[in-house]
Design a protein around this ligand. Sequence first.
Ligand SMILES: Nc1ncnc2c1ncn2[C@@H]1O[C@H](COP(=O)(O)OP(=O)(O)O)[C@@H](O)[C@H]1O
Ligand SMILES: [Mg+2]
Length: 192
Amino acid sequence: MIALHLDNVSVTYIAVPIFTSLSWEVHDDRCVGLVGPNGAGKSTLLRLMAGQLTSDSGYLNRKSGLTVGYLRQEPDFAAGRTLWEEAMTASPRLAAVETKLDACEQRLSDPEVYGDEATLAAVLTEQEKLLAQFTELGGPAYEGKVRSVLARMGFGDEASLSLSTDVLSGGQKKLLGLAKLLIVEPDLLLLD
Ligand SMILES: Nc1ncnc2c1ncn2[C@@H]1O[C@H](COP(=O)(O)OP(=O)(O)O)[C@@H](O)[C@H]1O
Ligand SMILES: [Mg+2]
């Protein structure tokens, strides 16, 4: 089955065409290599497939619900985080639910909330919904998964986990970027 289909797409950077009328299909359960000289447009094509760029013309169709992960040629991370902290940000959806759960807990300790039956009931309902989402997104097993994926990438020891991402080598950054993708298991993995 076709996972992703590009139909006659063209991308132009500041009047310079990178590719025109390009059509391509990526099928399920395939491992595909894309080869070309520097500047040919490989990264541009992958960014288009990842949805980070839009084409000037043509169509891009993804199989319904297809999740795509893109590993940049040179991954970069927000400054000031440890390798462990960065890996824990791999699932932005889970992080968003956790932030909302924290806010709920804060509200539950507020006298204005727990002192008022209706408000308290509303916050408890909200918390219940968020906890269900947290479980659905694999929240309870998340830390364990992050730890095991990082260990597979060679970051099993505490010293590596507490390294600042600012001091990682290019190769280590790539491994961390790959780990973050493997943690969320996208259907289509684009490795630049
Ligand atoms: N953001 C951009 N703005 C302008 N030109 C760009 C941009 N990104 C890439 N290019 C140009 O597009 C061409 C293709 O780049 P790229 O897709 O990175 O090639 P590859 O990955 O095959 O080496 C190059 O000539 C590059 O300079
Ligand atoms: Mg490239």
